[in-house]
Design a protein around this ligand. Structure first.
Ligand code: EPZ
Length: 421
């Protein structure tokens, strides 16, 4: 198992190029199942989750051709309609094959998905969406068995008790693209990754209007064609590098990113004392030598992303005063707090609120990653800590950050990957 050894203290400087978004790439790859014609996806990030999704498509019988960072998927008419447990258990986004298989072949069997340990992650909205479109669903022996004579468009209220669901919006949007008639998703998620998926689907012949608003209208078509697409850049990776710059009081240029997707994040960075200069595809962050405390409340987009909560907790652990973080999306997503406390941080969790009393400096320690964003938060903390930090179980990190150690090394960080014997 690999781990990172980090010697903290270097102030990050230079330029970093952000990769295409993991959370945009995964649904776009699954959407290739909606057509028998080939689809080429460019600049796909070399990540474990992306490999898992490609492996899943291939196990279903799609023809997959990879060439450097591009992959061509041709999902012919003879596919297996069962997503195997061994693959689905590795990654939650595996359930993205449910909508496309059901819409195109009228049948699908998908095991309950695995993924990051960030608290309860129900799938009731996915099931409700498919049922509303006319699917019969049985949940038994750990899998979802779905069938239909044909899917029919309708109005679907997709909001749950925690607000809109990214995954359910994705699944319903894909399924409704091949349903008879018109579907309106009411309470759809607004995330940029949803808009990117809708734009890709429209480029291969779907009729989706108003993606990016809470009511998405999808007029079903008989068939989709092939095409080519490059997913949007990864706003969470960009935000993570901004945190690395902030905690090390550095100055970095973040290239190939979309500052318009980082609205609230940049507001928070400014509020703690970072200068941010935004232009079309890049942002420059120049961090203050003293960081101010703040208050963060996570919420669905355009609110503050839960996927950047852990990274900001690391940064705020050395702010000059007390900060509050309220986690409203995955209410117990705080496993990183205990590990940060091993490094001297003073963080107390009360229900879904973290109270962070800033200290002067973190101290290097052995810490263990428990999920993707928690892992990167520990790496960020290690960059600013006095002495050596080892972050073990970084296979979580490899699921979502492409070449992270090379990118950090180029910015001046002292980080290396070590394989435990
Ligand atoms: C997506 O997960 C992302 N994953 C997550 O990224 C991200 O944390 C999350 O959206 C929120 O932004 C991908 O895009 C692959 P949700 P998803 O359905 O779709 C509740 C990362 O680190 N809910 O929007 O699974 C749910 O419990 C990850 O890259 C239901 O109640 O999240 C949560 O409270 C991890 N019923 C809220 O909705 C459902 O059927 C939002 O979850 C589905 C969700």
């Amino acid at each position: 198992m690999d781990k990172f050894i980090i010697k903290g203290g270097a102030s990050l400087k230079g330029k970093v190029k952000i990769s295409c978004s993991k959370n945009a790439t995964l649904p776009i790859l699954a959407a290739c199942l909606l057509t028998e014609e080939p689809c080429t996806i460019n600049d796909i990030p070399q990540l474990q989750d992306v490999k898992t999704m490609i492996g899943l498509l291939s196990s279903l019988g799609a023809d997959v051709k990879s060439d450097k960072n591009k992959v061509t998927i041709c999902a012919g008419n003879k596919l297996s309609l069962e997503a195997p447990y061994e693959i689905v258990s590795k990654m939650r986004a595996s359930y993205y094959v449910l909508g496309p298989l059901l819409a195109r072949f009228h049948k699908a069997k998908v095991y309950f998905p695995g993924g990051c340990a960030i608290g309860p992650r129900p799938i009731d909205l996915h099931i409700k969406g498919m049922e509303n479109l006319g699917a019969e669903i049985q949940v038994e022996h750990g899998y979802i068995d779905a069938k239909t004579k044909s899917l029919r468009g309708t109005n679907i209220l997709l909001e749950g008790t925690s607000g809109p669901s990214v995954g359910a919006t994705v699944n319903v949007m894909m399924a409704a693209s091949l349903a008879q008639g018109t579907t309106t998703i009411i309470g759809a998620a607004l995330e940029p990754e949803i808009v990117d998926l809708a734009n890709f689907l429209n480029s291969i012949g779907a009729k989706i209007e108003s993606a990016g608003s809470s009511n998405i209208k999808i007029t079903g078509v008989k068939k989709l064609k092939g095409g080519e697409w490059t997913p949007i850049s990864d706003r969470i990776e960009a935000g993570s590098f901004a945190c690395a710059a902030a905690i090390t009081h550095g100055k970095i240029e973040i290239d190939n990113c979309s500052p318009e997707h980082l609205g609230v994040v940049n507001l928070i960075l400014r509020s703690i004392g970072c200068e941010i200069a935004e232009s079309k595809n890049k942002l420059v962050i120049n961090a203050a030598s003293n960081l101010r405390p703040t208050s963060i409340i996570t919420a669905p987009y355009p609110g503050f992303p839960t996927d950047l909560q852990a990274q900001f907790m690391s940064v705020l652990s050395i702010a000059d005063g007390t900060s509050l973080i309220t986690e409203n999306v995955f209410k117990s997503r705080f496993s990183h707090a205990l590990e940060l406390n091993r490094m001297g941080a003073q963080i107390k969790i009360e229900d879904n609120v973290a109270v962070i009393n800033g200290i002067k400096i973190l101290s290097g320690a052995h810490v263990m990653a428990s999920d993707l964003r928690a892992s990167v938060a520990l790496v960020i903390a290690g960059l600013a800590a006095q002495g050596e930090t080892s972050v073990s179980r970084i296979y979580h990190l490899d699921r979502g950050y492409e070449h992270i150690e090379e990118k950090l090394q180029k910015l001046g960080a002292n980080i290396k990957r070590v394989t435990d014997k």
